[in-house]
Design a protein around this ligand. Structure first.
Ligand code: ADP
Ligand code: MG
Length: 246
């Protein structure tokens, strides 16, 4: 579904130096897949996700979704693609502090034309599944960072996207909660037959991933052996959805 071919994005730093944020990356994401991307700060993870979403344009190479080059879509089609096909969890979350958790989660569906009531009905089960149903009516400003991350994930999933891109979505969760959220994402990728790529620092979290890659100075490499080596192999069983009651 998503294919990056020889994609590069270079920036000019304030001191005039050229920064090769992403440098010749080729990558194919398939349905059902939960891909974990590792890499130190500054290795290009955020830039790569923005390129994959069509939120920024490559200087070289192509990003194709279902065979369509995102750079060649009209403005209108590109906007529609981002609104209806992609779910993006920004590293900065982009929540409105004065709005409640559920209204923040509902924003994307409302932007796509749903009424507030419809949108809230749609996202309520997602908040439950993410373990924050009881916090739905709290203003975002009063939520913990981990709760905010889950609101942003609910919003990204709300429009039934075929591709979810999440930038460090579990960075502020404790390792048990992070593993639960990643297991949930893996289950959703399998259930809905969609592709999910996440940036994470947590090697244990990658146990839920079907594939793990490392980004280093804008280059992709297979994840080195070590704590997360098993992440390269698909998990033997699809984890049960988070919050599912037996
Ligand atoms: N808009 C920008 N302008 C200039 N440099 C940028 C910009 N965005 C990212 N960079 C630089 O590109 C490199 C990769 O950044 P980023 O993609 O944010 O990496 P990561 O998410 O892995 O920390 C860094 O050196 C960063 O400073
Ligand atoms: Mg980043």
């Amino acid at each position: 579904m998503l294919e990056l071919r020889g994609v590069s994005k270079h920036y000019t730093a304030p001191d005039g130096d050229r920064v090769r944020a992403v440098d010749g990356v080729s990558l194919t994401l398939r349905d059902h897949e939960l891909l974990a991307l590792y890499g130190p700060s500054g290795s290009g993870k955020t830039t790569l996700l923005l390129l994959a979403a069509g939120l920024t344009r490559p200087d070289a190479g192509t990003v194709c979704f279902d065979g369509h080059d995102l750079a060649r879509l009209s403005r209108r089609d590109a906007a529609r693609h981002r609104l209806t096909t992609v779910g993006f969890v920004f590293q900065t979350l982009r929540l409105v502090p004065g709005l409640t958790a559920i209204d923040n989660a509902a924003l994307k569906l409302m932007a796509a034309g749903a009424t507030r009531r419809e949108a809230r009905r749609e996202v309520a089960p997602l908040l439950e599944r993410l373990g924050i149903g009881g916090r739905a009516d709290q203003p975002a400003a009063e939520l913990s960072v981990g709760e905010r991350q889950r609101v942003a994930i609910a919003r990204a999933l709300s429009n039934g996207p075929r591709l979810v891109l999440a930038d460090e979505p579990t960075g502020s969760l404790d390792s048990r909660r992070a593993s639960e959220v990643l297991a949930l994402l893996a289950a959703i990728a399998a259930e809905r037959s969609i592709a999910i790529a996440i940036v994470t620092h947590d090697p244990a979290a990658a146990a839920s991933a079907t594939r793990a890659l490392r980004l280093h100075d804008g280059h992709l490499e297979p994840l080195a052996a070590g704590a997360a080596a098993e992440a390269v192999e698909p998990p033997a069983v699809v984890p049960a959805p988070l919050g599912e009651r037996g």
